[in-house]
Design a protein around this ligand. Structure first.
Ligand SMILES: *[C@@H]1O[C@H](CO)[C@@H](O)[C@H](O)[C@H]1NC(C)=O
Ligand SMILES: *[C@@H]1O[C@H](CO)[C@@H](O)[C@H](O)[C@H]1NC(C)=O
Ligand SMILES: *[C@@H]1O[C@H](CO)[C@@H](O)[C@H](O)[C@H]1NC(C)=O
Length: 399
């Protein structure tokens, strides 16, 4: 009797295990989100998701790579700390890297078969190329794979015949032909199998990227407890020193970083200006005021009561509060630094004004597009046009 019970219990546990470790015969995609901070990694993530979907391989969800002041090595934050795995599963097969490494890798990806994929040879720390992807050389490359005790036995170069654009040239079949899943169950990329900025076709995949309950609740709690009742506007001010320097490149570029999100991928909607990259205080205040008025006209009895500011450097809280005092609008920010909760709050705002060049703003814009929420960008379209276009008869004095 007892023995049978034990057998049944054992059988149940065993069956559960069997179910959780069932192997995808179409294979797996792994990669290191080794470029940039969160905004860039999110662009790359959606690209990798589209790529894995194109090849019908399970996408292994990598941790997010973060950098802390004063620490030489990157820190890896499990994917599901920020996002829901289940929501992604609605679109495609996924597994967290933690689960993949503990449950599948020992049998499916033994150390001797760990091959790193890259387009072409990558320089090592000594500055030489030597027939290797050198997938672990440098930060965050080394620390990322070390988090899972991964070393690579070999390198594989897939360029120049293959690329990541699975929406053209039958690229997915070419990958599957060259790297069939029975011989290559795991393809581990040195960097993300995706472009930056995000390819147009992958933008809509953002609808499957939903904040974890923890982040979502933190955002809602802040809105409930720290914002006055009523509508609020979210704004992103990207103005740190690194950004000021990056905006220097506006002069020689038609598009920069995420700017295709407003200018179009072939500049069909306009050209890049310094104001778009680094709007002046004047532009920012004018545009907020204009948007408050637009909102008042469009949504009766739901006036903007507050502005929520996210910034990497200067939130301009004092300047904005001074400028908006007479409109009864208060300006607030999170009391502590939390870029992900910032993003979640911006995503929930009644209107969002972002920086067209910034991938951080691009994250918010895509999320809001998926939800049908309105957004606009600093200094785009260029001010003269927009004043003429809306022809509201507003002068700067009135604003
Ligand atoms: C994709 O993979 C899944 C299993 O992982 C399989 O059920 C499905 O038929 C595959 N689709 C195609 C088009 O091969
Ligand atoms: C290439 O050089 C790196 C050091 O820069 C070394 O760790 C690696 O083993 C070398 N790989 C090959 C294939 O020679
Ligand atoms: C600002 O708020 C106060 C108090 O709620 C109210 O009396 C006043 O009319 C408001 N002013 C404007 C311009 O809405």
């Amino acid at each position: 009797m007892q023995f049978t019970l034990i057998l049944i219990v054992f059988g149940l546990v065993f069956m559960r295990n069997v179910r959780t470790i069932s192997v995808d015969e179409h294979g797996y995609i792994l990669y290191c989100p080794c470029m940039g901070r969160f905004g860039n990694q999110a662009d790359h993530f959606l690209g990798a998701l589209g790529f894995a979907h194109g090849l019908n391989r399970t996408l292994v969800l990598p941790p997010w790579v973060e950098y802390r002041k004063g620490e030489a090595k990157s820190i890896q934050v499990p994917f599901d700390q920020y996002f829901q795995v289940a929501a992604l599963s609605e679109y495609h097969k996924v597994i967290t890297m933690e689960n993949f490494m503990t449950q599948l890798a020992p049998a499916l990806w033994p150390p001797a078969e760990r091959v790193s994929f890259c387009y072409t040879e990558r320089m090592g720390l000594d500055g030489r190329v030597n027939g290797s992807c050198n997938a672990k050389s440098g930060n965050p490359f080394g620390p990322f794979w070390d988090t899972f005790s991964v070393d690579f036995a070999k390198s594989e170069f897939f360029g120049p015949k293959l690329n990541y654009d699975v929406y053209h040239h039958d690229m997915a079949s070419k990958w599957t032909e060259k790297y069939p899943a029975d011989k290559w169950p795991v393809i581990a990329f040195t960097g993300a199998p995706a472009s930056f900025p995000i390819q147009r076709e992958n933008r809509e995949l953002h609808q499957y990227l939903r904040w974890s309950v923890k982040i979502e609740n933190a955002a809602r709690d802040f809105i409930r407890s720290s914002l006055p009742k009523g509508a609020f506007m979210g704004i992103h001010l990207r103005n740190g020193l690194d950004w000021v320097r990056a905006c220097d490149h506006v002069k020689e570029s038609a598009n920069l970083f995420s700017s295709p999100q407003c200018l179009g991928y072939r500049n069909e909607k306009g050209s890049l200006t310094l104001d778009m990259c680094l709007p002046s205080k004047d532009i920012i205040i004018r545009q907020i005021k204009r948007q408050i008025k637009n909102h008042k006209e469009a949504y009766k009895n739901n006036d903007i009561k507050s502005i929520f500011v996210a910034s990497d450097s200067n939130h301009m809280i004092h300047d904005l509060n001074e400028a908006l005092k007479r409109m009864n609008v208060t300006v607030v920010k999170l009391s502590e630094n939390n870029p992900h909760v910032d993003l979640a709050i911006l995503g929930m705002s009644n209107h969002f004004i972002g920086n067209c060049v910034s991938s951080y703003s691009a994250f918010v814009k895509r999320e809001r597009d998926a939800k049908g929420f309105p957004s606009s960008f600093w200094a785009f379209p260029a001010e003269k046009h927009s004043l003429k276009a809306t022809n509201a008869g507003l002068t700067h004095e009135e604003l």
